[in-house]
Design a protein around this ligand. Structure first.
Ligand code: FAD
Length: 565
């Protein structure tokens, strides 16, 4: 087959031997093979992204079953929960990254292309990529990869809410490079404030560190910075230590709102004791090189001079995902909608996981209605108690998110319906009005929440999807599949089930707050040690584990490094 790329007039020659045969792309102009993949009957599985979701998928998928190709603009995986520690030199950047080739080398045959995907074509089943290395001497660096299955794990980008001046003047804390820039910038602020001929006001301005966003990342960075200043820099810059100011600006009423109220209260009180200013109910409307403009119902608009600002107000959608969503009829969404098997709605062979996707709430509610409809077919609004119990089981099986709810409060109300006028349990064959039963489910939709955008969710999804792909072949041989879900025929795999393992909020001064499963709260120094142990154990390799532990030990003994490199 011959194909001409209209934009760059390059000849792409594709040698295809049957479906999934030998495929090679040749750049006719340079007579240079830009990319080749030898496949013998294996389906092409393309993975976009090497973050938490992509890495977890690649680590667990059996690459001998597919022709696996990975596309990502960075050739490493970064352990993002330790990024705030990199901003102040508690941990070195190289200690938290693992080359993706190291991760996949045990999983032989995985091919990695260091490039950015700029377009997904779901009709022709191709992804269009562009190399981001150097000036691309061999052309424009663009190439195309065919897929049979596509796993989209592109993550998200920082969300600025289109606030003017943010991109130009604020730091973000999303990538390793961001953390390195912040580290240099903190030191530059101190060195600048040391220069002669500066007024005290100018020194104060240079040493005003503003963090916009009181979520876990912003709060952890503020705590790290406070530790760095009080424990290390105060000794090196004794004349400046009293001029330093750290402010956290939050549009809501409190910081850390996703945590239990006890943790929020503890964090706010601790920050107050430490002298970290928490400005709640303030919304930033503009940032210039000199000041941050923010508004509040009581004070109106105020201009706050600053030396360095970090913007950490949550995540937005990457342009390539926005473009893809338009193509697949999801234009007005924030993230890609998938079903509970992580398949992108309205697409064939495309899966999405991690921060760029979520299980569609609307679809879950539609499916619950469908389960009722199927159960009620030809029954004119009545079901036996046994059938109602089966319907409940189906919903729980299929939607783990609503399972707990159905089995607790709502079920309690419902069980009341399942008794006769004398309070005796009804017989299983007793017919009931389906409308009564539906009424008991009225609050189910509020339980179908979007999964949080965390590494925990992304990693679990990656592992889940890899297991599905590993079992795909055997399931094709036995099409009945291991699991049957009533109402929609048979499905080969159980739906994705998220298991929440708890979350941490490091608050500085060797104190951490933790909200563990079962809403168990733990705050203080001992929780900090729990944090150290869990984060060391969660490293992707022994190499990074030892490097991180080494960095923590170095910091305990020698403190943090304050060089501006
Ligand atoms: P990412 O990990 O962001 O990976 C996206 C991948 O896609 C990257 O490899 C990227 O290079 C690649 N990519 C981007 N664009 C393209 C393109 N056009 N083409 C190809 N590839 C592309 N979560 C927790 O659970 N606990 C924590 O303590 C925690 N702390 C955090 C601290 C910080 C500072 C940050 C920023 C996040 C933290 N998170 C934490 C959230 C967690 O990092 C994210 O939820 C997680 O990274 C999402 O994984 P992902 O694979 O979807 O995306």
């Amino acid at each position: 087959a011959l194909n001409r790329s209209p934009a760059f007039s390059k000849l792409i020659v594709v040698f295809a031997v049957s479906s999934g045969g030998i495929v090679a792309y040749a750049d006719a102009k340079s007579d240079h093979v830009a990319e080749s993949s030898q496949v013998s009957g294996k389906k092409k599985l393309v993975v976009l992204g090497t973050g938490w979701a992509g890495m977890s998928f690649l680590k667990n998928v059996d690459a001998s079953l597919y022709d696996v190709q990975v596309v990502s603009p960075r050739n490493y995986f970064a352990f993002t929960p330790l990024l705030p520690s990199v901003t102040c030199g508690t941990v070195e950047p190289r200690s938290i990254v693992e080359p993706i080739r190291n991760i996949v080398k045990k999983n032989g045959g995985v091919k990695f292309w260091e490039a950015e995907c700029f377009n997904v074509d779901p009709v022709k089943k191709k992804v269009h990529c562009r190399s981001n290395i150097g000036t691309n001497r061999d052309g424009n660096g663009e190439f195309t990869v065919d897929y049979d299955y596509l796993v989209i794990a592109l993550g998200a980008k920082p969300n600025t809410f289109n606030t003017p001046g943010v991109v130009e003047h604020c730091h973000f804390l999303k990538e390793v490079e961001d953390a390195q820039k912040i580290r240099r910038s903190v030191m530059n602020c101190f060195e600048k404030a040391c220069l002669p001929n500066l007024s005290e006001e100018e020194r104060r301005k240079n040493l005003h560190f503003v963090i916009v966003g009181g979520g876990p990342t912003g709060v952890e960075f503020a705590a790290e910075l406070h530790d760095f200043v009080t424990k290390d820099l105060a000794k090196l810059y004794p004349t400046l230590k009293d001029l330093v100011r750290i402010s956290v600006v939050e549009a809501g009423e409190h910081i850390l709102t996703m945590f239990d109220k006890r943790i929020t209260k503890f964090a706010e009180e601790k920050f107050q004791r430490d002298g970290i200013e928490v400005k709640t109910n303030f919304r930033v409307v503009k940032v210039t090189d000199k000041a941050i403009t923010m508004t509040n119902a009581a004070t109106g608009e105020i201009n706050v001079p600053y030396g360095m600002a970090v913007w950490s107000t949550g995540i937005g959608t990457r342009p390539v995902i926005l473009d893809f969503m338009k193509q697949v009829g999801q234009a007005n969404r924030r993230v890609l909608a998938t079903d509970e098997w992580l398949r992108v709605c309205n697409c064939d062979g495309i899966y999405a996981l991690g921060d760029c996707a979520t299980i569609s709430q609307r679809k879950v509610m539609e499916d619950i209605s469908e389960i009722f409809r199927v159960a009620d077919v030809d029954r004119s609004g009545t079901l036996t108690l046994k059938e109602i119990k089966d319907v409940l089981d189906d919903i729980c099986e299929r939607y783990p998110q609503v399972e707990l709810y159905l089995k607790s409060k709502q079920m309690k109300n419902f069980v009341d319906l399942l008794r006769d006028s004398e309070g005796n349990p009804l017989k299983e064959s007793k017919e009931l009005d389906i409308e009564e039963f539906k009424k008991a489910l009225v609050h189910v939709d509020s339980q179908v929440k979007m999964l949080p955008a965390t590494a925990q969710v992304a990693a679990q999804q990656g592992n889940y999807l890899a297991q599905c792909f590993n079992k795909m072949k055997i399931c094709e041989e036995y099409p009945e599949g291991p699991l049957r879900i009533r109402g929609s025929g048979r499905h080969r795999f159980r739906p994705f089930r998220y298991k929440h393992l708890g979350q941490f909020a490091p608050l500085g001064g060797e104190q951490t707050a933790a909200q563990l499963p079962g809403d168990w709260i733990s705050i203080g120094h001992s929780t900090q040690w729990l944090w150290y142990s869990i984060y060391a154990s969660k490293q992707v390799s022994w190499r990074t584990r030892l490097l991180v532990i080494g960095d923590w030990t170095r910091r305990f003994i020698f403190g943090r490094d304050s060089s501006c490199i």
